[in-house]
Design a protein around this ligand. Sequence first.
Ligand code: NAP
Length: 327
Amino acid sequence: MRAIWYSDQGAARDVLTLGEMDDPAPGPGEVAVYVKASGVNPSDVKQRAGVRGPMTMARQIPHSDGSGVIKAVGEGVDPSRIGERVWLFNAAFKRAHGTCAEVCVTPAQFAARLPDEAGFEAGACLGVPAITAHRALFCDGPVTGKTVLITGGAGAVGLMAIQLAKWAGAAQVIATISSPEKAEAALAAGADEVINYRRQNVVEAIEALTEGVGVDHIVEVEFGGNLKDALELLKPHGVIASYGSEGERTPELPFYELMFKNIRIETIFVYLIRPEHRAGAVHDINRALADGALRPVIHKTFDLAEAPAAHECVEAGGKIGAVLLTP
Ligand SMILES: NC(=O)c1ccc[n+]([C@@H]2O[C@H](COP(=O)([O-])OP(=O)(O)OC[C@H]3O[C@@H](n4cnc5c(N)ncnc54)[C@H](OP(=O)(O)O)[C@@H]3O)[C@@H](O)[C@H]2O)c1
């Protein structure tokens, strides 16, 4: 099969190699999947660049997310799954064989049935962004009737979070964005209101939108940088569910301000969420896809050989939605 791999960390153009290798065979509990599309997430790019710690494999085929068709199953996996359309997640987490190849071998539980309503490109957008968005939204129970703030609303996770929040019956979904194009994307995903956080005062804008009441739940892309605003905006018993804090990596926690409002902080590392939370996310994501409520936004699709350009596209920032590769 053709695959992209790296044996050293570094710049995409220096280390990503296109080559041929034998098709991998599924071991016990695994499936082999003909990959139709591979999703590039920021964590794949950071891992390759070396900013997330050293390599743990001698040779790494990158990317945890993807989609395709099961070609073979290992011992203990129901053979009726051969031919099943699937979306993949966690493929490259602590494993050498990610989805950036014509065939991917992965644990059977990390290959979820892809509903007929969804295409392979949509399927490859789901893993990290949709599961993260789901966990961040529902970590404190249903959001039905709640006011939800989604920061970074035009990000890959943010767009999924907006769609899932609307699907789940949130009363008001407010998204922060940084440009007219991102405002358009967040509104198209279903946000009721958007706030340009670089130009507007977010606290004042949300106070006006909520008649001074504030929000119940925040899906947060930048925990440290936005914590001060969150403390002002959250109602008592509110939740900050955060999956990133790149701008302020070691924020100070104002404990008593949090405590006096009974604020719950949930941190999310998608690759490690509990199996029952992952199963719940997969179930809901598939329902939302089948309902037509979850419509992944694709920024750009590259050919397999263009993997360095795809990584650079994610690194450049400014994208709206997912970056994919098609083997
Ligand atoms: N913990 C986890 O399990 C997990 C899971 C998924 C993603 N992540 C991390 O989360 C980050 C986003 O991932 P992604 O795939 O959604 O990336 P993305 O598609 O690049 O989106 C990130 C979005 O966040 C916005 N943003 C950045 N700083 C912001 C701030 N201070 N306030 C509001 N919005 C802000 C960006 O917009 P502007 O730059 O225009 O403001 C952009 O639209 C990455 O660092 C990724 O590694 C972590």
